[in-house]
Every structure is written in structure tokens, then in C-alpha cells.
Design a protein around this ligand. Structure first.
Ligand code: SAM
Length: 363
């Protein structure tokens, strides 16, 4: 039984770190929505020729969670995050958001880009990125302005803005959702020498999940892979405080690791951005590189039916953020896909608007 002073100290430390950042990013969301409403009032959206950017049924209001429900689920996520800390799975998290001047600069970059994003959304400019970046062997599905974001995945500026954009989208809970991949890793890592384990995070982006991972297992050798050179460079900078972590440009469709050589593979918020065919290739690659008994942990959006109260919100999401493969993702049968490549589904756990999917490679 931990002593009450330690419990109180942990809770105060957790609240002191998490609550200001929730307020900061949620505040950005409030300002952003006000600016968007002003722009909409001044200039109604142009007719795009009838077809919406992503075809599909419009959501029924009954399937939208009310704000009370959303905040209750957000609070549940934070309670789970704290419970994981109290269970010793990871220390009180440090989100490494940067100093106040850094945060202000991130904020400036975020707001300065909103007019560009708005203009791109209005004209459905989902391939602007082709004019900005060389293809360099990257697949066509990848070369799009996902989320209508400027530069797609290609530019340094996009990498600088990404974490603010994601945290604003999730009201400051993106890292807390990422951390929900750590308990299933703890189950298979506990009692083992972390220096002898090996983990690969595919589609690692700016390296925020790897940062969470290293806070729990600082000596665990880890590799982050991403197709974006700019995001890889950003991740390398962000992670330079850690040893035994490498980040490289690489395609999750061809993971640069030998068969049965890795103890765990993780991927956060990437699966919904892949075409269905590519998702299958990527799952098979994860299965190939895992050792028998190795674990795959995916964190991604809730799927249709995981929590019916959210179905309308999930339907609506790709209309505002260019997400060409999201509707297919909503109905993807991950258990069947896993079974097809020798992975055994262990469990799914909802975590606010995300879910954690756990699979083991058959031993
Ligand atoms: C939505 S971001 C998620 C980034 C990060 N995992 C996170 O937690 O925010 C999707 C990432 O997947 C990367 N990506 C997409 N397709 C990929 C592929 N085939 N191979 C490697 N990375 C890919 C993108 O470059 C981008 O950084």
C-alpha cells in the first residue's frame, strides 16, 4: 500500500503537468473555431460542383456525443493515464512541449497557417503537395495533403506544426492516448532485461510516442521509421535526449529488419491513413519481423460501432480533414486481417476517441 503522501505527490505532479497543457491546447481549439466561424459568416463555402470531398452518408445528430459525454471520456482517459503512473508502468509523464518561447512560436506557426488550410479545404486542394515536393519513390497514396495540411508530410514547417495541430484536435490528449500503448507493452516486457529487447515504431512521425516509450524504458533499443524526411529529422531532434533510439526514413510496407528479430512493433495514428491494400501489407510486415510471442500494439481512431455514441463524429471527421482512407478504416476488420498473417488478437481498449489494439505473434 503506497503511503498517502506519495500518492498525493504523484497526483499533484500529474495535474501540474497535464492540466495547463490541456487548457493551452483546448484554448487554441476555442480560438480556432471562433476564427473559422467568422470566416464562414463572411464568405459562405464555395460550391465544389456538388460532390463533397469525401462521399458518404451524413451523420445523424443522434450519433454525436454531447460535450458532457466527450469531457467525461476525456477525464476517464486522464484517470487511466494517472492509474498507469500509480501502477508503476511509467513515470509522471513529461510531454516535452518546449519552453514558453517555443510554445509561443509553435502557436504562431499554427495560427499563421489556418488561412492556408481553410483555402485548401474550400478548393479541395488535396494534391498541392505534388507541386511542392519531389516524389523520391514515395507511393502515390502518401503524396496528398492529409488533413489539408500545408506541405502534406513533406516539409520542415509541416513537421514543426504537426504536434500543435494534433494536440489541438484532441484537446491536449494526444500524448495521453499514445501512452495507452505502454500498458500492453509492460505486460510482455515486465521482468525482462530491457537492453535485450527491440522495438520498432512504424510511421513514428515527430517521435512523440518514442519519447513516451523511452520515459518508461530508457535503455530499450528502439527504432522509429517514417516515410517523411522532414518528420524524421524533427523526431531525431526531439529525441536527442535519449540514448539507444534511432529514427530513419523507411516504408512500413518493407520494414528494414530480419524475420523474427523484434520483440514489439507499435504504430500510432497511422493505420487510418493507409489504403486497405497497404494496411494488409503493413500488418504482414509487422508479423514477419516479430519474434514468436512478440507483440504488435496499434493506437488509432475508434472504429464504427466501438462506441455507437461516437459514430456520427467519426463519419464527420474526414469531411473536415482530408482523410481519404478513413471511411475504409472505420469498418476494417483488424482481427481477420491479423489472423491472415499469423497474429492473434489479444484485446481492444477504447481510450477517449482512440482505441488500442493488441496482437501477439503466434508462438
Ligand atoms: C498521422 S501521422 C502519425 C505520426 C505519429 N505516429 C503520431 O503519433 O503522431 C502518420 C505518419 O505516418 C507516416 N506514414 C504514412 N505512411 C507511411 C508508410 N507507408 N511508411 C512509413 N510511414 C508512413 C507519415 O509520414 C506520418 O508521419
Amino acid at each position: 500500500m503506497p503511503d498517502p503522501v506519495t500518492v498525493l505527490g504523484t497526483r499533484v505532479a500529474y495535474a501540474a503537468r497535464q492540466l495547463p497543457r490541456l487548457a493551452w491546447f483546448a484554448g487554441h481549439g476555442v480560438v480556432m473555431r471562433r476564427l473559422q466561424a467568422q470566416v464562414r459568416r463572411r464568405a459562405p463555402p464555395r460550391d465544389r460542383g456538388g460532390a463533397p470531398p469525401v462521399a458518404g452518408p451524413s451523420p445523424g445528430p443522434a450519433s454525436l456525443p454531447g460535450s458532457r459525454r466527450l469531457y467525461a471520456d476525456l477525464a476517464r482517459l486522464l484517470r487511466q493515464d494517472l492509474a498507469n503512473v500509480e501502477a508503476g508502468i511509467y513515470p509522471v509523464p513529461d510531454d516535452h512541449d518546449g519552453s514558453l518561447p517555443t510554445l509561443l512560436e509553435r502557436s504562431r506557426l499554427f495560427f499563421a497557417d489556418l488561412p492556408e488550410i481553410h483555402a485548401r479545404r474550400e478548393r479541395n486542394g488535396v494534391r498541392d503537395v505534388l507541386a511542392e515536393a519531389p516524389r523520391r519513390g514515395r507511393p502515390a497514396y502518401y503524396l496528398q495533403n492529409f488533413h489539408f495540411q500545408s506541405g502534406g508530410w513533406m516539409t520542415e514547417e509541416s513537421a514543426e506544426r504537426y504536434d500543435t495541430q494534433v494536440e489541438v484536435l484532441f484537446n491536449g490528449t494526444a500524448n495521453a492516448m499514445r501512452r495507452q500503448a505502454l500498458p500492453p507493452l509492460h505486460e510482455v516486457f515486465a521482468g525482462r532485461d530491457q537492453r535485450r529487447l527491440r522495438l520498432i515504431d512504424i510511421g513514428c512521425g515527430t517521435g512523440r510516442f518514442l519519447d513516451c516509450l523511452k520515459q518508461a524504458w530508457p535503455r530499450l533499443p528502439a527504432l522509429g521509421l517514417d516515410l517523411s524526411e522532414a518528420y524524421v529529422r524533427h523526431a531525431q531532434r526531439h529525441l536527442r535526449r535519449w540514448r539507444k533510439v534511432a529514427v530513419a526514413v523507411g516504408n512500413a510496407e518493407a520494414i528494414p529488419a530480419a524475420d523474427a528479430s523484434v520483440d514489439a512493433v507499435t504504430s500510432v495514428f497511422m493505420m487510418h491513413e493507409l489504403p486497405a491494400k497497404v494496411r494488409r501489407v503493413v500488418m504482414a510486415e509487422c508479423a514477419r519481423v516479430l519474434r514468436p510471442g512478440g507483440r504488435l500494439v496499434l493506437v488509432d481512431s475508434l472504429q464504427r460501432g466501438d462506441d455507437p455514441a461516437y459514430d456520427g463524429l467519426l463519419e464527420r471527421f474526414p469531411q473536415n480533414y482530408h482523410e481519404p482512407y478513413y471511411r475504409g478504416y472505420l469498418d476494417e476488420d483488424f482481427s481477420a486481417m491479423a489472423a491472415g498473417c499469423g497474429l492473434v488478437p489479444v484485446r481492444d481498449v477504447n481510450a477517449f476517441v482512440s482505441k488500442v489494439m493488441v496482437f501477439d505473434k503466434a508462438g
